[in-house]
Design a protein around this ligand. Structure first.
Ligand SMILES: [Ca+2]
Length: 233
C-alpha cells in the first residue's frame, strides 16, 4: 500500500519556512543548544534578521501561546523591557514581571509588527520591582518562527541588564532533527509531523523531494515540502 500525503499543510501559513531549519541533533533542551531558551541569555548575538540558532525558538512555528521566562541578577523597579526579535516579529501578546510566582502584567495587546531585526520596547513605568520577566507570544499570529535573541531589563534607576538564565514553554532545541539531508536517519525509527499529523515508522528512503516511511501497516510517501519536523524516535 502506498499513499501520498497531500494534506492541508498547503494551507498552513509559514509551514514552508520550517524548511529553513538545517538538521540539528541536540540534547533535548540542553543549555547552549541551538534555539534553546538559554540563547536569549546575555546581549544580542544574532547577526541581523533571519532564523538563527543564537535565538530562542519554539518547537513548532505555529503552536498557539508560548512563553519565555528570563532571570536577571538584580531586582530593579522595572522601567522598560526591550525585546530583541530577530525573526518574524510581532507575536508578543503579553509581558509580565514575576515576583514570588505572582505575575504583574506590564503590557498586553497587539505588538507592533516591525521588520526584523526589531526591538520591541515595553514601558513599565516602575510599576513593580522584579528580577524575572515573562514574555508570552501567540505563535499562531505571525507566520513562521517568532525568534527572540535577547531581552534587556532597564531599571527606573537607569540600570541595564541582560538575562542570566532563561526557560520556556517549548523550544526547537528539543526537536531531534529537522529537514535537511536525512542520510543519517535512513533505516531508523523516526517520528515526524506533516500537515498536523504525527507519523511513526522506519525511514526507508529519501528520494528527490520525498521520504518513504514504513509505518508497519504500509508505506507512506511524504512530500518534504509538507514536512514540519522529523526526528529519531
Ligand atoms: Ca541570543
Amino acid at each position: 500500500m502506498r499513499r501520498s500525503l497531500t494534506l492541508a499543510a498547503l494551507l498552513v501559513p509559514g509551514l514552508a519556512l520550517a524548511l529553513s531549519k538545517p538538521i540539528q541533533i541536540v540534547e533535548p533542551g540542553g543549555t547552549g543548544a541551538s534555539w534553546a531558551p538559554t540563547q536569549a541569555i546575555g546581549a544580542p548575538d544574532c547577526s541581523g534578521a533571519g532564523d538563527q540558532a543564537q535565538a530562542w525558538a519554539t518547537l513548532r512555528s505555529e503552536e498557539g501561546e508560548q512563553w519565555l521566562e528570563l532571570d536577571y541578577a538584580r531586582a530593579v523597579p522595572v522601567g522598560v523591557v526591550r525585546i530583541y526579535e530577530n525573526f518574524n516579529p510581532g507575536a508578543v501578546v503579553k509581558v509580565e514581571a514575576m515576583v514570588d510566582g505572582d505575575a504583574t502584567t506590564l503590557w498586553s495587546g497587539v505588538a507592533p509588527r516591525g521588520e526584523a531585526p526589531h526591538v520591541f520596547e515595553v514601558p513599565a513605568a516602575g510599576k513593580v520591582t522584579a528580577s524575572r520577566i515573562r514574555i508570552t507570544l501567540d505563535t499562531s499570529k505571525i507566520a513562521g518562527w517568532n525568534e527572540i535573541d535577547a531581552v534587556e531589563l532597564v531599571g527606573q534607576d537607569g540600570s541595564r541588564q541582560w538575562a542570566t538564565d532563561a526557560r520556556a514553554s517549548s523550544t526547537y532545541a528539543t526537536a531531534t532533527g529537522a529537514v535537511g539531508p536525512l542520510d543519517g536517519l535512513v533505516g531508523k525509527r523516526v517520528k515526524l509531523r506533516v500537515g498536523g499529523e504525527t507519523l511513526r515508522g522506519t525511514l526507508k528512503a529519501q528520494v528527490g523531494g520525498f521520504l518513504t516511511v514504513d509505518t508497519g501497516v504500509g508505506e507512506v510517501l511524504v512530500n518534504l515540502a509538507r514536512l514540519d519536523w522529523i526526528g529519531l524516535e
